[in-house]
Design a protein around this ligand. Structure first.
Ligand code: ASP
Length: 280
């Protein structure tokens, strides 16, 4: 069993030493909790659980604490990929729900598995997800000071369970200050992808992640036999021509846990039941 989570990149507005430590602590705590959960649950159930914990922590830009878009509204995106069934589900630009990843989870069971905008929000209400504002005062201050455009801090989790199944989940409040209608990578296969060989969750500038199809390419390369480190190296090299800004976490079917970022510093934590690795 293996598990890795990420808390996105540090935003300019939150790079104080104190915030950095608080994020590292939170990641360590959530990785341990999620690993414990993995002992009795599948990879799929665990990635949803871990991302829900991250969404609930206002330190991260997903769920509570999400960035505000240019029109003053928060729209969030989240997705799940089950490496066992190869089903991908997601919500794009959903509003006023506490845990977008839980709505994405609900969509795994229906035919139309990716919903956007009002349709996603309406589906959530029909499914009993209560109206919930994920805005926190700090984001409103950043929005008002027009600082939010510099912030990234999506969350994600990849897990390999005791049965050898892999799953990935990613959730985001977006880049901040987007044009309403902009689509993040987080609920696309460029930002979140898994199969029987590998699972990947990304953070960074969505447009760059989509341009380089980061998660899809890493998983495909590993599937075709490349070692995970090589698959990362090649995929991150392909961000270089346009100075793409991305970070990714991954686990392959052999239990190799990997991460890389194109620019410092993605925050992440991995846990295998014995040792933590926490970096920023
Ligand atoms: N990838 C997200 C987006 O572009 C932002 C992030 O990772 O923080 O919406």
């Amino acid at each position: 069993m293996k598990l890795i989570i990420h808390g996105g990149f540090f935003s300019e507005s939150s790079t104080s030493a104190e915030t950095k430590l608080a994020k590292q602590d939170a990641l360590r705590h959530i990785a341990a909790k999620a690993y414990d959960y993995l002992k009795t649950h599948s990879a799929l159930e665990t990635v949803v659980y871990a991302v829900e914990l991250l969404e609930d922590d206002a330190l991260f830009n997903a769920g509570i604490g999400s960035q505000i878009q240019s029109d003053g509204v928060i729209r969030m995106s989240a997705s799940i990929m089950d490496g066992r069934t190869l089903k991908f589900s997601g919500v794009i630009n959903i509003e006023n729900v506490k845990n977008p990843v839980r709505v994405a989870e609900r969509l795994l069971a229906v035919d139309d598995r990716v919903l956007g905008g009002e349709g996603a929000t309406r589906f959530a209400r029909q499914q009993g997800f209560a109206e919930f504002s994920t805005e926190i005062p700090q984001r409103r201050r950043e929005y008002e000071a027009k600082l939010a455009a510099t912030g990234t801090g999506t969350v994600g989790c990849v897990a390999l369970d005791a049965q050898g199944h892999i799953a990935a989940a990613t959730s985001t409040g977006g880049k901040g200050f987007e044009i309403p209608g902009r689509i993040s990578d987080s609920a696309t296969t460029a930002g979140n992808y898994a199969n029987a060989h590998c699972g990947v969750s990304c953070t960074g500038v969505g447009e760059d992640i989509v341009s380089a199809a980061v998660a899809t390419k890493i998983v495909t390369r590993v599937t075709d036999g490349q070692p995970i480190a090589e698959a990362f190296r090649r995929s991150f090299d392909e961000l270089k021509p346009f100075d793409g800004f991305a970070g990714a976490i991954a686990i392959d079917k052999h239990g190799n846990v990997y991460h890389q970022d194109s620019h410092p510093s993605m925050v992440f934590a991995s846990f295998d039941g014995v040792a933590f690795e926490v970096f920023n």
